[in-house]
Design a binder for this molecule. Structure first.
Ligand code: MUC
Ligand code: MG
Length: 396
C-alpha cells in the first residue's frame, strides 16, 4: 500500500475503456476564450465597480465528438479575488489543460486531483474546466449534470436580486419592477462604498418603499468594515429588518467574525472568508458565521462545492447559493450543483444572466414566481449560441 493510497491514481487507465454507449470519452482538446458582456447598469461593490462583466469560456472536446462547456466569471479583474480572466486563461492553457488531455472525461474527482497537482488555488479556472467535463459527459449520456452528481432534490430555488447602483431612488424603482414582474421579492444590497450612516439612510428608504411586498434579505459589505464599525452598525441593520450581513470584515478576520456572531442577533454570512474546505472547516470550528455563500469561483470544482457544503451542514450552518454575475453557462453550472444539496435554506442569488445585456446560450434560464428553475436537458441544459459568443468575444 502506498502512503498516499487515498489519492493514488497511477494505476488507472489513461483512456476510457471501450463501451458502446460511452463511445470515446477521452479528453482530446481544451480551448479557452475571453468574453466581455456589458451590464444593464453600473454594479458597485465596496472595493470595485463594473459596467462590463468578463468571463472565460472553456470548451472541452472529447473523443466521441461531443463538446462540453464551462465558464468562470471574475469581478473587476483580480479585485474580488486573485484571479482575473487573463490569469485564468493562462493557467488553463499552460497548466490545467495539459494535465487533463488524454484522461477520461468522466473521472471528475480524478480531474480535480490532477488539477490540484498542476496548480495551487486558481479555483475559478478549475471549476470552469470541471464544469465542461460534466457537460461533455452529461451530453454524451443524455443526462443532466445534477443526475451525474447524485440527483436533484429540488426543481427551483428562490432567487434574490442585488441592488448595487448606490442611488436609493434608482434602487427603489428597480426593486419595484422586479417585484411587479414576479422575478424577485427578496433583495441583497451592496453597501460599504459610502459612510455607514449614509448606507443606513439608503437602506431605510428602500425597506420602507417595498414594505409588505419585498424584504432586504442580505446586505453585503464585501469586507469594508472593521470590528468596531460592525459593532456600531449591526444593530441598525437589524432594526431596519435586514435579514443577514455578508462578509462585514476582511476575509482573514475570523476571530472578529466570531465575536460579532456571538454579540449580535443578525446572522453573519461568510463569503470571501470561505474558499477551500479548510477555510470552511476553520469558519465552522470557530463559529465565525451562521451562513455560508457557495460559489464555484471560490471552491474549485462542482465536487468541491459539495464538500464545502457538507462541512457547513455538519456544523449546522445555513447554505446560500452565491454567484459572481456568471452568464447562463456558469449560472447553469451553479444551479446543477445547488439542485443536489440536501438543504439550501437561504435560497440563491443566481441572477447573473439578468444583469447582463446579452447571453451566450440559445436557451434562456427560467425565472418565475421569485424562483429560478433548474435547467433540464443533457449536461448543463444549455448550449452555446455561437453568434452571441462571437459578438462578445474579446479580440486578441
Ligand atoms: C459578492 O461578493 O457577493 C455576487 C453578487 C453580487 O451582487 O456581487 C457578487 C459578489
Ligand atoms: Mg459577497
Amino acid at each position: 500500500m502506498t502512503v498516499n493510497s487515498a489519492t493514488d491514481i497511477s494505476g488507472l487507465q489513461s483512456t476510457a475503456p471501450d463501451h458502446p454507449a460511452a463511445a470515446d470519452l477521452t479528453v482530446r482538446s481544451i480551448r479557452t476564450q475571453i468574453v466581455d458582456i456589458p451590464t444593464v447598469r453600473e454594479h458597485k461593490l465596496s472595493s470595485l465597480s463594473v459596467t462590463h462583466q468578463s468571463h472565460i469560456l472553456v470548451r472541452v472536446g472529447i473523443g466521441n465528438g461531443v463538446e462540453g462547456i464551462g465558464e468562470a466569471a471574475t469581478l473587476g479583474g483580480p479585485r474580488w479575488s486573485e484571479e482575473s480572466v487573463e490569469t485564468i486563461k493562462a493557467v488553463i492553457d499552460g497548466y490545467l489543460a495539459p494535465a487533463l488531455v488524454g484522461r477520461p472525461a468522466d473521472r471528475f474527482e480524478e480531474a480535480a486531483i490532477l488539477m490540484d497537482r498542476a496548480a495551487k488555488r486558481n479555483a475559478s479556472a478549475k471549476s470552469a474546466l470541471q464544469t465542461a467535463l460534466f457537460d461533455a459527459v452529461g451530453k454524451t449520456r443524455g443526462l443532466p449534470v445534477h443526475t451525474l452528481l447524485g440527483g436533484a432534490v429540488r426543481a427551483r430555488i428562490p432567487v434574490l436580486w442585488a441592488l448595487a447602483s448606490g442611488d436609493a431612488e434608482q434602487e427603489i424603482d428597480e426593486a419595484k419592477e422586479k417585484i411587479e414582474k414576479r422575478l424577485h421579492n427578496t433583495f441583497k444590497v451592496k453597501i460599504g462604498v459610502n459612510d455607514p450612516a449614509e448606507d443606513i439612510k439608503r437602506l431605510t428608504k428602500i425597506a420602507s418603499a417595498i414594505e409588505g411586498h419585498g424584504t432586504l434579505k442580505v446586505v453585503d459589505v464585501n469586507q469594508a468594515w472593521d470590528e468596531a464599525m460592525a459593532d456600531r452598525w449591526l444593530p441598525a441593520l437589524a432594526e431596519i429588518g435586514v435579514g443577514s450581513v455578508e462578509q462585514p470584515l476582511p476575509h482573514w478576520n475570523l476571530a472578529g467574525m466570531t465575536r460579532l456572531a456571538a454579540r449580535h442577533a443578525i446572522p453573519i454570512m461568510a463569503d470571501e472568508s470561505v474558499f477551500s474546505i479548510h477555510d470552511m472547516f476553520a469558519v465552522a470550528r470557530q463559529a465565525a458565521a451562521d451562513v455560508v455563500s457557495l460559489k464555484l469561483v471560490k471552491h474549485g470544482c462542482l465536487t468541491a462545492l459539495r464538500d464545502v457544503a457538507a462541512i457547513a451542514r455538519a456544523a449546522g450552518l445555513g447554505l446560500y447559493g452565491g454567484c459572481l454575475l456568471e452568464s447562463s453557462v456558469g449560472t447553469a453550472a451553479h444551479l446543477q450543483v445547488f439542485a443536489t444539496l440536501p438543504d439550501l435554506a437561504w435560497g440563491c442569488e443566481s441572477f447573473g444572466p439578468l444583469i447582463l445585456k446579452g447571453g451566450l446560450t440559445k436557451e434562456r434560464l427560467t425565472y418565475q414566481n421569485f424562483c429560478v428553475c433548474i435547467p433540464e436537458g443533457p449536461g448543463l441544459g444549455v448550449t452555446l449560441d455561437e453568434d452571441a459568443v462571437a459578438h462578445f468575444a474579446r479580440s486578441d
